[in-house]
Design a binder for this molecule. Structure first.
Ligand SMILES: C[S@@+](CC[C@H](N)C(=O)[O-])C[C@H]1O[C@@H](n2cnc3c(N)ncnc32)[C@H](O)[C@@H]1O
Length: 291
């Protein structure tokens, strides 16, 4: 066979190493480069069929005793591959475009959301570049909306659009979490990066080596969800508060931990108290030295 879909080096390597598709090498490269999935992570894999990313994600969780989960969702029914997957991998058959955030959250461990969301979803390619790119953008926006919520920050709804029946505002990505979204390159893709830069600590593009040269696909890598949106139990603190908390989290490199607003409030109070004491001691010292 010849042409763009002919078996190539990555196809043969996938066969040799027990991966169900050559796409495994894309996630392997992204994982090596960006360290997206940590041991014991909870991963949501959107558009998971035939299951190569499920295999790579499961391997990245580390040994079984480290825990973690991988939930795959696809329009097609997926048989969990026997190689590189274990009991931590589950799949469901659903259309992500119709999946509500509260439904997705219910599938996450203890309903606490996911630490990594991967979207390798792509539309059935028609060959009409603008149409394919627009459909891919829709899938990408849906993945992002599931991850961070529609009204997480200013202009979210404007960019992500609103999805019928999905009234839940909270996204299912945990604070500090990472997202990978496949898009077909077009004039609109740069807007994704611009939008995501306000919400994530690091945003970059990657075109893994296993991507076919004829393909327009490109991956948006977003790392470290900032605390734009507050999890259940937190208190929303408005724009100034958002800015301060983002700065504070960056400063303390604490994005990967769950930090509640109450923790931050306590730290601020401690800091105010310390500075007040220093101020009074300085006044006392000045008075003492004068008299
Ligand atoms: C390139 S394949 C994913 C390959 C997969 N990452 C792997 O490594 O095995 C894209 C998948 O996205 C799925 N997909 C496209 N639109 C979808 C939607 N609205 N909901 C769920 N899955 C979707 C397709 O069914 C297809 O299986």
């Amino acid at each position: 066979m010849s042409g763009p879909w002919a078996p190539d080096f990555f196809w043969r390597e996938a066969q040799r190493l027990g991966y169900v598709a050559r796409s495994a090498f894309k996630l392997l490269q992204l994982q090596k480069q960006f360290k997206l999935i940590g041991a014991g992570a909870s991963v949501l894999d959107l558009g998971c069929a035939p299951g190569a990313w499920l295999q790579v994600a499961c391997r990245s969780l580390g040994p079984l005793e480290k825990g973690g989960t991988v939930l795959g969702i696809d329009l097609k029914k997926v048989h969990i591959p026997s190689h590189h997957c274990d009991s931590r991998v589950k799949t469901i058959c659903a259309d992500v475009m119709n999946l509500r955030k509260d439904q997705a959250r219910a599938f996450s461990p203890q309903g606490m959301g996911f630490s990594v969301i991967l979207s390798d979803m792509c539309p059935i390619v028609s060959g009409i570049t603008t149409k394919d790119a627009a459909l891919s953008c829709e899938l990408g926006k849906r993945a992002l909306s599931l991850a961070i919520g529609n009204s997480s920050c200013k202009n979210s709804s404007e960019f992500l659009g609103s999805f019928e029946d999905d009234t839940s505002e909270n996204g299912v990505l945990r604070r500090g979490g990472n997202v990978v979204i496949k898009l077909l390159e077009s004039k609109d893709t740069e807007a994704f990066a611009k939008f995501c830069k306000q919400r994530f600590r690091n945003v970059s593009w990657s075109r893994p080596k296993a991507t076919r040269s004829s393909s327009k696909e490109i991956y948006l890598i977003c790392q470290g969800l900032r605390c734009c949106k507050f999890s259940q139990g937190d208190v929303a603190c408005g724009e100034v508060g958002d800015f301060f908390i983002n700065w504070w989290l960056d400063h303390r490199r604490m994005e990967r931990r769950y930090v509640s607003w109450l923790d931050i409030h306590q730290k601020i109070n401690q800091s105010i108290e310390l500075h007040r004491n220093i101020f009074f001691l300085t006044i006392l010292l000045i008075l003492y030295l004068k008299w």
